[in-house]
Design a protein around this ligand. Structure first.
Ligand SMILES: [Zn+2]
Length: 322
């Protein structure tokens, strides 16, 4: 049963907004585009593995994607967590093309690209073992003790060649197509249930309640001041910020029209600037001259707000939820 479904990371939308809002040719464009590709590849891998897990019997396997729990000193995040009556399983997904070598002597993962370039990464086996320790500690704080927690690293890319520096890694790293078989083998290890139906339900709620969404701050990450962002309303057709509001939005460059182009501008604002906006900030960011038409647009969105008249602050969270 899916308890927390696989959803595209917030960061992808944020970075796409950032790319759109930065002036053409900005020095940060290449590195941001590179990061978007990496995050998208990671997400695609998790999506593929999560999709395979949907074949597990619903009532005995509870699935969580991207669970982030408070830990000491930092929160910890798990790509996929599976809760069963017999054990918990943390799955770390890797989606890398080329050849990967697991080197557990130096705790590193060495990737060789199809073009022959090599790169070293943190060893995912150590990563997932650390997550296991964090999870056990976290469960202890919730007075839940002695649960068996298993771990698995899954390579989601069918064309990846996996090599290991020694044989100890057997069963710790698998290709995605083996995951259901591996889970069946794990289940055979356990003869007794650790959790009753009621306890599973309770634990599932505790985990879900403990989840905190990570809110990235892209401008801080890349050291970009908000003054560098282009203002105005974006035209989806010709990719300029030359839309003007009359009865609807009309692009002065290509004459394309839109009724709701202000919504994506507001989403850019939440992603990049802050989660609330005043009438005057709205006019500045969208380049709207008239306070009354700005008010009309903001009111039409039925946003939660606080304060009155000029000081009214509109809350934008609802635009990016769900
Ligand atoms: Zn246009």
């Amino acid at each position: 049963m899916i308890i927390k479904d696989c959803k595209m990371p917030l960061k992808i939308g944020m970075l796409e907004s950032l790319v759109r809002r930065l002036p053409p040719g900005h020095v940060r464009h290449p590195s941001i585009n590179e990061d978007i590709k990496k995050i998208q590849a990671g997400y695609r891998g998790e999506y593929r593995v999560f999709h395979l897990l949907k074949a597990l019997p619903e009532k005995d396997y509870l699935l969580f994607h991207d669970l982030r729990l408070s830990g000491s000193p930092f929160p910890f995040q798990m790509d996929i967590l599976i809760l069963t009556p017999f054990f918990l399983l943390i799955v770390e997904v890797k989606n890398m093309a080329g050849e990967i070598l697991f080197d557990n002597t130096f705790n590193q993962l060495i990737r060789t690209n199809p073009d022959g370039k090599t790169e070293a990464f943190d060893d995912p086996i150590s990563q997932v073992s650390r997550q296991r320790i964090h999870l056990l500690e976290w469960l202890k704080t919730k007075k839940i003790n002695n649960l068996p927690v298993e771990t698995l690293v899954v390579s989601a890319n069918s064309s990846t060649i996996i090599r290991a520096a020694n044989k100890e890694l057997k069963g710790k790293v698998i290709r995605k197509d083996r995951i259901l078989l591996q889970i069946a083998e794990l289940k055979n290890k356990y003869t007794e249930e650790s959790l009753s139906k009621r306890a599973i339900k309770r634990l599932s709620n505790v985990l879900l309640d403990g989840h905190t969404t990570f809110i990235p701050k892209p401008l801080e990450t890349y050291g970009i001041p908000s003054s560098a962002l282009q203002t105005g309303v974006f035209c989806q057709k010709c990719h300029t910020f030359t839309m003007e509001r009359h009865r609807k939005w009309i692009c002065h460059t290509c004459l394309d029209t839109s009724h709701d182009a202000h919504i994506s501008a507001l989403i850019d604002y939440v992603y990049l600037v802050k989660p609330s906006i005043t009438n005057s900030e709205f006019r500045n960011f969208l380049q709207i001259k008239s306070p009354s038409s700005a008010k009309k647009l903001l009111t039409s969105l039925n946003l939660k707000h606080s304060g009155h008249t000029k000081g009214r602050v509109y809350l934008l969270d609802s635009l990016i939820e769900g």
